[in-house]
Design a protein around this ligand. Structure first.
Ligand code: HPA
Length: 272
């Protein structure tokens, strides 16, 4: 695996001229950030050796190299979900490649069902911690010591300094944000009412089908992580209604400008 990561990183370094410092996974709700990127090179996933190809509706498979507020970044337009049938190693391969290219900070976004009764549909939540309920872990198997330790620490997976900065940015721009715990599960089913209830009892504020694998792998390699969720539907007892992927996309799209504002300002403040 190490060799494949190296080869892909080398390929991506050779086809463009910038040295990105920040990797962004443009999950649901962050599509609008594309407009903030001054592109230098865009490449389809299927042109990249060893990259999986995205299949889910509403996600496009492109890697974008460019700058946001003059900071060199690499953005994934479209991520790989475990529910699509990829292995955990495939889902997290791009994060491995990012680190190999010298990227030290990972920024992710996602759509979620709200579990905290204080949250409402449309809320933005800065992720303070996560719970892995995928029933698996991308680090299972032989550890590659060159990438990270056998037993990675997860005591502060989401960077406190970036959380503080994001809260300041939100405050300054009069954007209301919540903070809380993201629970990641495989999907593709949305939760039954009993599952939503269970996840709330477990200590989660929102539930979604991504992010946890990527952040585990990023932390394995000691990358700094920041994540933000949009509450696109409610898993709070009494508020649960039938939902569709289209509705999730719709709510997320409405919140895009706020997400874009927070993340683009946050990037301007990251200099490493
Ligand atoms: N559950 C899991 N994933 C989700 C949800 C949900 O309710 N909404 C958007 N992604």
């Amino acid at each position: 695996m190490l060799e494949r990561i190296r080869q892909t990183a080398h390929f991506l370094t050779s086809i463009q001229s910038i040295e990105p410092k920040i990797g962004i996974i443009l999950g649901t709700g962050l599509g609008g950030l594309i407009k903030e990127i001054k592109p230098i090179k865009v490449i389809d996933y299927d042109q990249i050796p060893d990259f999986p190809v995205s299949t889910v509706e509403g996600h496009h498979g492109k890697l974008i190299f460019g700058t946001i507020n003059d900071i060199p970044i690499m953005a994934m337009q479209g991520r790989f979900h475990y529910y699509e049938g990829y292995t955990m190693q495939q889902v997290t391969f791009p994060v491995r490649v990012m680190k190999m290219m010298g990227i030290e900070t990972l920024i992710v976004s996602n759509a979620t069902g709200g579990l905290n009764p204080d949250f409402k549909v449309g809320d933005i939540m800065i992720i303070t911690d996560h719970i892995n309920m995928f029933g698996t872990n991308p680090l299972l198997g032989k550890n590659i010591a060159a990438l990270g330790p056998r037993f990675p620490d997860m005591s502060q997976a989401y960077d406190k300094k970036l959380i503080t900065k994001a809260l300041e940015i939100a405050d300054r721009n009069n954007i209301e944000v919540k903070q809380g715990v993201y629970l990641g599960t495989s999907g593709p089913t949305f939760e039954t009412p009993s599952e939503y209830k269970l996840f709330r009892i477990m200590g989660a504020d929102v539930v979604g089908m991504s992010t946890v694998p990527e952040v585990i792998v990023a932390r394995h390699m000691n990358m700094t992580c920041f994540g933000v969720s949009i509450v696109t539907d409610s898993g709070v007892p009494g508020q649960i209604v039938e939902i569709t992927h289209e509705e999730v996309q719709q709510v997320a799209a409405e919140q895009e400008p706020k997400m874009t504002k927070i993340i683009s300002e946050l990037i301007a403040q990251i200099r490493n």
